[in-house]
Each structure stands twice: as C-alpha cells, then as structure tokens.
Design a protein around this ligand. Sequence first.
Ligand code: SAM
Length: 373
Amino acid sequence: MTDSKAETVAPEASENRQGSPDPGRPTAAEIAAPTAPETGENAASPAHAIEPQEPHVHDEVDDDDPYDTDDRSSTASLSSSILEYRTLHGRTYHSNQGNAEYWGTNDEPQNEALDIIHHVLTLLLDGELHRAPISPDVQKVLDVGTGTGLWAIDFGDKYPSAAVLGTDLSPIQPSWVPPNVSFQIDDCTQPWTFAPNSFDFIHIRWLFGSIIDWDALYREAFAALKPGGWIESHEASTQFSSDDGTVTEDSAMAQFGKFFAEGGKKLGRSMTVLEDGVQWRGIEAAGFTDIHEENFKSPLGAWPKDAKLREMGQFQHLATGRDLSGTLLYMGNLMGWKPDELQIYAAKLKSEFKNTNIHGYYWQKIVWAQKPR
Ligand SMILES: C[S@@+](CC[C@H](N)C(=O)[O-])C[C@H]1O[C@@H](n2cnc3c(N)ncnc32)[C@H](O)[C@@H]1O
C-alpha cells in the first residue's frame, strides 16, 4: 500500500541568474546527469510548483564558512582509538573503523550544519519526528547514523516510555541528554549485534553516500525489529531542480548533484538513493509489508512565497552555506579536485544560493513499513 503526497512542478515565469559557472572537474559531459527520483509504483505524480514570493527578497543568511576545526569533547567511556580522527586539509573525519568511510567531516562547522538540518527536517514534518504509526508508548527505538543526535534527543523527550539508542561512527553527540536516550559508536554496515526481535522502531535518516549495501542494512533492521515493529528510512537527493528553469543546466547548483553522484560512485556508496529507488525496493526485499512513501520538495533559499517553505529554505541555506567546504572536500579530493578549484566552486554555489531569483529545491523521500506480526 502506498500513501504519497508528492508535490510538483508547473513552470513559473523564469528569471535567470547571472553568470555561467564552470565548477571544474568533473565536467557535466563527464558525468551522467542523475535522473529524477523514483517515486514508488503508486506514488502520485507531482502536483504543484513551489510558488516564489514577489518581489524577490534578499536572502539575509550569513553563509560564513570557516575552515577552522574543533574536535568536540567526547564521553570518558570512549576508547582513545575512536578519537583518532583522520584529517584532510585541516578538517577531521571519523576514526578508522573497519570498512566504514563517511564523506562528511565530524568537526564543529559540519556538526552545526547537521543541527540546522534537523530543524529543517522537523519543519518539513510540521514538528513531527516520523511518519510510521508507532504506539504512543513505544519502548525500544534505534536511530542509525544519528549524527549529532538531535532526532534521538527530541524523540526521547516526546516519548518518555521509550529507550532510544543512537549509533554513529563519530562521538559527536552531547553528553547532557534525556535519561532515556543513549549513544553508541557503531558501524551500521557491519553485521548487527543487537538482539533479534528487540526494537519497536528503527529510524534511518540521511545516510546517502554512507552505505555500500542498502539491502543488507534493511535486512539487519528487519532482524532486529520485533514482529509488528516499524522501520522508517528518510533520504534526500543531492540534485537541485527548479520548476521554472531558473536552475540552469550549466549552473553550479545543477553541477552539485552530478558532483555527488560521481563522488558516490568513486566512494562505492551511492548518493543517488532517491533516483535509484533504493528505499522501497530494499525494504520490500527485506520482508517488510504495509509499505508507504511520501515525497517532498525542499527549497534552498528564501525564495518561496509559502511561509513554511520559506523558513525551510532559509534554514537550508544557513546549513548548506555554513560548511560548504566540509561538504565538498572529501568527494572533491577523491575525484582529484584541487583545494582552490573547490573553493572557486563553493563561491559560485554560494552566490547562487543567495540569489532569490533562482528557485532551487531538492527532493526528499520517506519510506516506512512494518515487520509482519
Ligand atoms: C548526514 S549525517 C545524518 C545524521 C542524522 N541521521 C540526521 O538525520 O540528523 C550522516 C551520519 O551518518 C553517520 N554514518 C556514516 N556512515 C556510518 C556507518 N557506517 N555507521 C554508522 N554511522 C554512519 C555519519 O557519521 C554521520 O553522522
């Protein structure tokens, strides 16, 4: 069964941005353009465009993107090897753990960006934290790849009955958390050691570019859930689109999705999770039933007329602008970009992000399903 609320796209009057960025390697010709996200077999086709506001406003977001690093403090129980961060051009990344390889930094600017994105994603769901119809007295909950842990903390606050465990490669979670929330360093791509049939709800959000084998991840979640338990998989596309042609083919924003699609291929961890329909297919293959999906357009910038979408767009701009260098560095390095090429590309992106005549958005998809009773 599918329950979708996809939004869409009717072209509006277009006003093109200035300039024609040349972000460097890889060129558009070298990279196959990602296709539109798959929307599930019964997903409704997009129904309307996000309306831009008029007159065009100035986007006030401060997109300061510092290069300085700051290792976050960690809990005393962590073994020292967990804190032996790898570095690249002054930025830090998770310590070596088996086969794990995550492309984002784990330092202050990136962690701040994650916190802001959590706010965007909470706005997206009108203050809710999930779509799966879990019980109000849900007991055991797992947040896989929890990042800075804000989802787990908010969930613990909202559901006092729940014991919430957040796992991640990096110890970037705060130590002052609700008593029913805890964190563990754990590589979710290794065979899981959680007791079978032990969780009521497993939440997986924004792990694009982190997972070699999504089917295996969903199988592990299936085994760890109690019969009747729910999985929720929330992923995003890195591809920017517009309904009115203002994200042009040669723009830095259009290049963004191609950059990450190619980087994900080089890394062996797909960035095109939405485009490839990975969530529904993998969740169904793992044995889940009662599968649902919902697709969302997420704007970047202050351009939408609608107040909620405008707020989301402003915070998305703040988050993305906050740490473009940390976002681009690992993949760029992998693909042979030089640091100054990345800086030039980041500058072009930033100027497009600020331009409210460019009506860019990316897609997000939530798939949720139940383990049969
Ligand atoms: C984009 S962040 C998303 C954080 C959080 N899920 C959220 O939505 O706010 C991706 C997180 O996944 C973590 N991660 C990547 N690969 C992982 C792995 N193999 N096992 C556990 N966590 C992983 C990263 O360390 C990072 O904190």
